[in-house]
Design a protein around this ligand. Structure first.
Ligand code: MLC
Ligand code: AMP
Length: 507
């Protein structure tokens, strides 16, 4: 009997009385308590009839219980499906339906809004609030700690993470035990994580970065985490003295640099600051070093591949690059049209192969075939180059994608939404540089003939139905979209036009 992730991440911690999570209210959860809590949730899953391979969809705030539920899914052999806490019921209904989740854990405040979704799909509905309390914990509390661990193969699914697509339809990336474990092992090794590490964790746990990179790495190393509900500059500054390591998106680091308290004295004891999920500007890298003496360690990854490359722990951490492939991972730069490998130094599409590469998209064999080659290389859609020293730089994106504060936004999804609104003939959505989020969303609307667009009503509709981070922060009404002779919308022209829009306006 084996269960690769549970055996490596959770089982060794059973009965350990060292602290795993330092909570923001000053209390702590030991490893022994965490493993037991997970065991109670595993009992609740068992009682609910959740079987190995079943999907458990979780739309809950970050808490120790939410992480224990992830561990319980591993123990039960269930497939953990975390959902961005910003998603509205309109967005959730697709994920619950598409995944065929047998259990949907939601926030108590949204029960009325999502009951219909659960009824429609046949998912059992339970609740979990920001403290972890709710109907699921009440059930778990009444049950004994389950010690039985489901038998799982390395190629069985451990998680299903939805990532938006260029067509506007989200795709569920199927991640196996092998994918996640191999990545955690590689990262612990190259970043030198140990049981002495205290990771400052201010990331959300519904994405690869906060869940797999940060939490799996800490669990595997047997370290502890300062478990913050979200990123807040004051709290992070107050907690830093207790930490040895921090992981964040670039917005975390630019916000810290905007605060004079963040200096050499505050950070002198830190072992490492790691950045990813979006490009770290060279300027941020240099300012960070000048202020703290630390060089940020930038790495690169994706939902479909977990982490693929990293700057070295020892050696030159080069600004503007994402370093070298992780151990066991192969990369190549290819011609986007022919797929042929390009010579060193040329820009092309980055392809990745290795134990980190996902199994495919849930119920989408055609999409899988388009992006995952038969020889195992995954076409990332990121444009990159490799220099003569082997350092990889991400220089752009071949895919129409906006990354705002580390969250991905696919323009197509917002365009389809806007096009459906009354009076809108068509729309185009582009990203523009934003001082806080790196990039933010601009929407151009073309009214139907004779229609008067009410931007206030449009913004209210967007707010009600789309997650807040997708909200366009600038709307522009135009008579027509710029098109080339083939009739294709010229997004570059729009990007140039709105290049400076967020640098001056109040956003
Ligand atoms: C929140 N808001 C955002 C936003 N986050 N808007 C644009 N971009 C974002 N990223 C909006 C809210 O909807 C709200 O809008 C307003 O900002 C304030 O909300 P908030 O909750 O107070 O925001 P804040 O706490 O400041 O959040 C910003 C942030 C957060 C940067 C701290 O977004 C964050 O933690 N990002 C991390 C994302 C992440 O973990 N990515 C990893 C993906 S994995 P309104 O309308 O109500 O005013 C991946 C693979 C890899 O990419 O390589 O790692
Ligand atoms: P996601 O699909 O949410 O996992 O986002 C993955 C995308 O984030 C990648 O395809 C890249 O475009 C981007 N990304 C992640 N890390 C970096 C980085 N260090 N530099 C530039 N882009 C990054």
């Amino acid at each position: 009997m084996s269960n690769p992730l549970y055996d490596a991440l959770i089982a060794p911690q059973r009965g350990q009385t060292t602290v795993f999570l330092h909570l923001h209210d000053g209390t702590a959860v030991t490893y022994a308590e965490f493993v037991d809590l997970a065991g109670r949730y595993a009992s609740a899953l068992h009682k609910l009839g959740v079987l190995a391979g079943d999907r458990v969809a979780v739309h809950a705030q970050k808490s120790a219980d939410a992480l224990a539920l992830y561990a319980a899914c591993l123990q039960s052999g269930a497939v953990y499906l975390p959902l961005n806490t910003a998603y509205t019921p309109t967005e959730l209904s697709y994920f619950i339906g598409d995944s065929g989740a047998s259990l949907f854990v939601c926030d108590p405040a949204e029960v009325d809004d999502v009951t219909a979704i659960a009824n429609q799909t046949g998912a059992a509905l339970r609740t979990m609030d920001a403290t972890g309390d709710g109907s699921l914990r009440q059930e778990a509390d009444a049950l004994p700690v389950r010690t039985e661990v489901a038998d799982r193969d390395a190629d069985d699914l451990a998680a299903l993470l939805y990532t938006s697509g260029t067509t506007g339809r989200s795709k569920g990336a199927m991640l196996t035990h092998r994918n996640l474990l191999s990545n955690a092992e590689a990262l612990v090794k190259i970043w030198r994580f140990s049981d002495e590490d205290v990771l400052l964790h201010a990331l959300p746990i519904f994405h690869t970065h906060g869940l797999f990179v940060a939490s799996n790495v800490t669990l595997l190393a047997g370290g502890s985490m300062i478990w913050l509900p979200k990123f807040d500059t004051d709290t992070v500054i107050a907690q830093l003295p207790r930490a040895t390591a921090m992981m964040g998106v670039p917005t975390f680091y630019t916000r810290l640099l905007d605060d004079a308290r963040f200096d050499r004295a505050l950070t002198g004891h830190m072992r490492v600051f790691i950045s990813g999920s979006a490009p770290l500007l060279e300027e941020t890298h240099e300012r960070f070093e000048a202020r703290t003496g630390h060089r940020i360690l930038e790495r690169y990854g994706m939902t479909e591949t977990s982490m693929s490359t990293s700057n070295p722990y020892e050696g030159d951490r080069r600004a503007g690059t994402v370093g070298f492939p992780l151990p066991g991972v192969e990369v190549k730069i290819c011609d986007p049209k022919t797929g042929e490998t390009l010579p060193t130094g040329e820009i092309g599409v980055l392809e990745v192969r290795g134990p980190n590469v996902f199994k495919g998209y849930w119920n989408m064999p055609e999409k899988t075939a388009e992006e995952l080659r038969e020889d195992g290389f995954f076409i990332t859609g990121d444009l990159a180059k490799i220099d003569a020293d082997g350092y990889i730089s991400i220089v752009g994106r071949g895919k129409d994608l906006i990354i705002s504060g580390g969250f991905n936004i696919y323009p197509k999804e917002i365009e389809l939404f806007l096009d459906d609104l009354p009076g809108v003939l068509e729309s185009a959505v582009v990203g523009a540089p934003h001082p806080d989020f790196g990039e933010s969303v601009v929407a151009v609307l073309v009214p139907e003939e004779g229609a008067e667009l009410d931007l206030g009503a449009i913004e209210a509709e967007v707010k009600a139905r789309l997650a807040g981070f997708k909200r366009p922060r600038h709307f522009e009404i135009m008579e027509a979209l710029p098109r080339n002779t083939m009739g294709k919308v010229q997004k570059n022209e729009l990007r140039n036009r709105f290049q400076g829009i967020f640098q001056t306006s109040n956003v």
